[in-house]
Design a protein around this ligand. Structure first.
Ligand code: ZN
Length: 440
């Protein structure tokens, strides 16, 4: 599976992270259903926008890309997304791009002109536009270089862009320059997945020209390329597209002021991947409440019965929903139904049913990376307990001190042993006793 990753010209907004969660759900589902998945998500680490931001700030272009990419990776990580098998960077794959350009020129589908190299769309006219369902006759000029006069046809797009003063560039047989965006993905996808591979994903805004051009380059060079295409819907804020100029960009940190990471993950997972998702504070709050209903049942059930391993069988309705174009909203409906049944079982004291429903809820939420009792969420709530434990331990230590003062060493030792049995180690220091959790 190849997914078009970020162009890290800025920190990710929640739309980028929604994409991260969506492909993580697909990855987990494919693995759960017995597929071996090589997951490639690229980083477009050289690009017009990155170069523009760097010039504005007076920092090197690679520093801008590196710093923002780190924030992207942290964001994916905080939301429990599994790391890709490989995260190739465009700048590390120029040799592969040169090979692909050479193949296209030799096959008569590309030409060098004015310092650039272009894809000749007329040479591929029958098939160009199939993914985005348009005909070449109706397409507008590519508008991707200032050298429009050098092109044979205004709709030809740049595979390679000639060097401009002060910009990063690499040496090629056609002169110094840097890669066109579309070419990068064709070169990197086939390097790691072979000439033909299963799934290619990306945002719906990438269908044209980006994905259309990827297909044209790879297939004109003789590769089969992707068998299936997945396009995720975008995310708006209060009905408006996020943009820096409007000032409505919502970052992960904004959501983490209102919800825990697992609740944000639940929220971003809760809409179907193809749907347009509209962020509102009320929608997030609703998702938080829904996740806490699941968590409430799991926590109470696990206090009563053995929580099990979490890798039990999945209810058939859940599997059917997931197999139907990754129907996560329908799959979550099955989770909530099971939680309701589980709560009834708790109320009526039907322990066998509690065990069954808990196993099913853990198996389903685990498959979605949302199991409250599994990493990385387990213990997340315990962080809040630290001040409470601290206060309780202080009370116990004061009683121990009082016992010592009246020379009742047996009582003092009993308090210390009781704390040790609960996993709390007490150390006497010149400044008084201190405690820490026993690590094993
Ligand atoms: Zn791409």
């Amino acid at each position: 599976m190849y997914v078009c990753g970020a162009t890290p010209q800025a920190a990710p907004h929640i739309g980028h992270l929604r994409s991260g969660v969506i492909y993580d759900l697909l990855l987990r589902w494919l693995r759960r259903t017995g597929h071996e998945v090589t997951f490639v998500r690229n980083v477009t680490d050289v690009d017009d926008k990155i170069i523009a931001v760097a010039a504005e700030r007076g920092t090197p272009w690679f520093a801008v890309a590196e710093a923002n990419q780190r924030v992207f990776d942290q964001g994916y990580d905080v939301l429990g997304c599994l790391p890709p098998t490989v995260a190739p960077r465009a700048t590390g794959h120029v040799p592969e791009m040169i090979v692909l350009i050479r193949r296209l020129i030799e096959a008569g589908h590309a030409y060098a002109a004015g310092g650039d190299v272009y894809f000749d769309v007329k040479s591929w006219a029958d098939r160009y536009g199939a993914l985005s369902n348009q005909r070449l006759d109706n397409m507008r000029p590519a508008g991707d270089t200032p050298n429009e006069d050098a092109k044979r046809d205004p709709r030809d797009f740049a595979l390679w862009k000639g060097a401009k003063p002060g910009e990063p560039s690499w040496e090629t047989p056609w002169g110094e320059g840097r890669p066109g965006w579309h070419l990068e993905c064709s070169a990197m996808a086939t390097k790691y997945l072979g000439p033909t591979f299963d799934i290619h994903g990306g945002g719906v805004d990438l269908i044209f020209p980006h994905h259309e051009n990827e297909i044209a380059q790879s297939q004109a060079a003789g590769d089969g390329f992707a068998r299936y295409w997945l396009h995720n819907g975008l995310l708006t804020v209060d009905g408006v597209k996020m943009s820096k100029s409007i000032g409505n960009v919502v970052l992960l940190t904004d959501l983490l002021d209102r919800a825990r990471p697992v609740e944000v993950r639940y929220y971003l997972a809760s809409a179907h991947y193809r749907s347009l998702m509209d962020y509102t504070d009320a929608a997030l709050a609703e998702a938080v409440a829904a996740y806490q209903r699941i968590e409430g049942f799991v926590t109470r059930a696990a206090e009563l019965v053995d929580a099990g391993s979490g890798d039990g069988d999945l209810p058939e309705a859940f599997t059917t929903a997931m197999n139907d174009d990754l129907g996560v909203p329908q799959a979550l409906a099955v989770v909530h139904e099971t939680v309701r049944d589980g709560n009834s079982a708790l109320a009526s004291g039907d322990t066998d049913a509690v065990v069954r429903h808990l196993a099913a809820v853990r198996a389903m939420t685990g498959t979605l990376g949302l199991d409250p009792l599994a990493g990385p969420w387990m213990g997340e709530r315990d962080e809040d307990l630290r001040p409470v434990v601290d206060a309780l331990v202080k009370v116990a230590l004061e009683q121990r001190q009082a016992a010592r003062s009246r020379k009742d060493y047996a009582a003092a030792d009993e308090i210390r042993d009781g704390l040790a049995a609960a996993g709390i180690l007490v150390e006497d220091t010149p400044h008084g006793p201190r405690w820490e959790l026993k690590r094993d």
